[in-house]
Write a protein that binds this ligand. Sequence first.
Ligand SMILES: [Zn+2]
Length: 465
Amino acid sequence: MTLLIENGRVITASDDYVADVYCEGGRVSAIGAQLASRVRAERTIDARGKYVLPGGIDVHTHLDMPFGGTTSTDDFETGTIAAAFGGTTSLVDFAIQYRGQTMRHALDAWMEKASGKAVIDYSFHMILTELPDAGLGDMDVMVRDEGVTSFKLFMAYPGVFMVDDATIFRALRRTGENGGLVCMHAENGGVIDLLVQEALRRGEKAPKYHALTRPPRAEGEATGRAIALAEMAGVPIYIVHLSSADALRKVREARDMGLPAFAETCPQYLFLSYDNYEEPGFEGAKYVMSPPLREKWHQDVLWKGLAKDDLQVISTDHCPFCMAGQKELGADDFSKIPNGAPGIETRLTLVHNGGVRKGRISLNRFVELCSTTPARMFGLFPRKGTIAVGSDADIVVFDPEKHQTLGVKSLHMRVDYNPYEGTVVHGAPTHVISRGNVVIENDRFVGKRGAGQFVKRGPSLAREL
Ligand SMILES: [Zn+2]
């Protein structure tokens, strides 16, 4: 399939110019003016007045993931279709190595979940829940042979995912040898667990107590500790879903000292707040996620962090559970509400609307945060994350003026509520292209189930960022 995208405003992390983009064999093969006179395209898209962006890359999703006695509702088909509707053309999900199992087993299990279903390209981080001596060699195999070049560890969820500092330190040190990157869920799980038990004993069982038992300080402490462990190991570290000013301060201090500390935040921390937990009845359960939503003033601090490069990536932590049958497992006890919320489809439009249009970040920065740096950080660049000759033709034609009302009816995620229900946003994709094939066109999915490919990632470029 050959495709010509004409007259669009091509925007990368560094450039902004009007040009035609010609795609052939799944890749960009020419960029220039008046290409129609030089190439023969089977398909032409007129992008006049629109942005031509590198496809979004979401490096934090949980599709088809067992958690809290249930499973996230989007699988690799519904989740990747929703992602594509929102202009995301690659994602990095998480395979989970449960205790007693090997990384190989985990990778096989998640490959099985995705293959034949995903409609856009995908890759995996490896979640480690333990790291015996034998596992150290397995880390090397993942990085060297399997293209799984990042590992996630948890400082929270004791008894489920949490590992101790020695385990974290061992994993970090090993990445110094094999070129991998450690991603950290940074919340002090021990303190939080104690606060949760005390709250429950006092009869505090409503959803808002989820937030009140996970204070920003618990995130700040763990973030600082994670960075210190990485400093001792002499390696970069990447903090996932950073939500608070407390945690951001630790990252900023480390970066000011010249340490390779990096962090992502997510739209929910930029647009929602603790106030959502005060919604009537059990509605607050919609927003039960970890870390929790913070008081509203944290949002401004996070936006500043994004603008000043103390935060480098916006991901979603998409982990949808329905209110009916899933969130309601915690109707009488907030600690039993499955943690997570939907977001895979709304990232670009929310960040464009609330970030670019409000003047908080530039268009180039928008692309950098949502595509280019994720690609660099996780070994997908320059195959993905930019529009350049030779790069995969993962492209979004984005109409900055298109209106969209966010909500369950208009969106495609397989979940019975939306955290932004009724919100009107400006700017949305009109065409989404995955390796040269149009997958979304005029609000319709026209791609193919199973067309998404597993991408073996190279080493992180964090050491050069
Ligand atoms: Zn997550």
